[in-house]
Ligand binder design. Structure first.
Ligand code: INI
Length: 169
């Protein structure tokens, strides 16, 4: 019996009134695209309107924290504020310490960002030891396919915005 993964939510959250930002890195693009697609499809199934999903990109995962902060600021300034943001990146270990430094610093920066932007920041960063692990977690490795983690991030975004977002209570 599989015990890992996002369990059933305590209720179905209605995403029809929220605006979501997705900001993704462009490294490892095939995997990124599958994750983004998974997040969008899950949010659509929970009622989030296509016009309320705003997509932005940055070069690599290391750019995600600052890019996310400015993305949130820009949307507020445009009068189209976000209720939740999903930064998405895929880090795959190479032969140096590069992976460890980017994984660690980006994770901490994204966690701390929530306080600064006062909004849920979903953790859409895959930190994988191999390309196969990343493909499996995006649901595109036929041999070892797992479910697409982007779907979990979409579900988490809707739940966090509806339950705890600025307009929730
Ligand atoms: N960025 C990623 O998003 N994934 C990677 O796997 C990766 N690797 O392997 O180096 C990566 N590096 C680029 C980095 O995020 C920055 O864009 C770059 O250092 C410029 O600041």
């Amino acid at each position: 019996m599989a015990v890992k993964g996002l369990g059933k939510p305590d209720q179905v959250y209605d995403g029809s009134k929220i605006r979501v930002g997705i900001i993704h890195a462009r490294w490892n693009r095939v995997i990124i695209d599958a994750l983004v697609k998974g997040a969008i499809e899950r949010m659509a199934s929970l009622g989030v309107e296509e016009k309320n999903i705003i997509i932005e990109t940055v070069p690599g995962s290391y750019e995600l924290p600052w890019g996310t902060k400015r993305f949130v600021d820009r949307q507020a300034k445009l009068g189209e504020p976000l209720d939740v943001v999903i930064p998405i990146g895929v880090l795959i270990k190479g032969s140096t310490m590069h992976f460890e430094y980017i994984s660690d610093s980006t994770t901490h920066a994204l966690m701390n960002l929530q306080e600064k932007v006062d909004m849920p920041v979903i953790f859409g960063l895959l930190t994988c030891m191999t390309e196969e692990q990343a493909l499996a977690r995006a649901g595109i490795d036929e041999a070892h396919s797992m479910h697409n983690h982007g779907e979990d991030w979409g579900a988490a975004a809707v739940e966090m915005a509806v339950k705890f977002g600025k307009n929730a209570f």
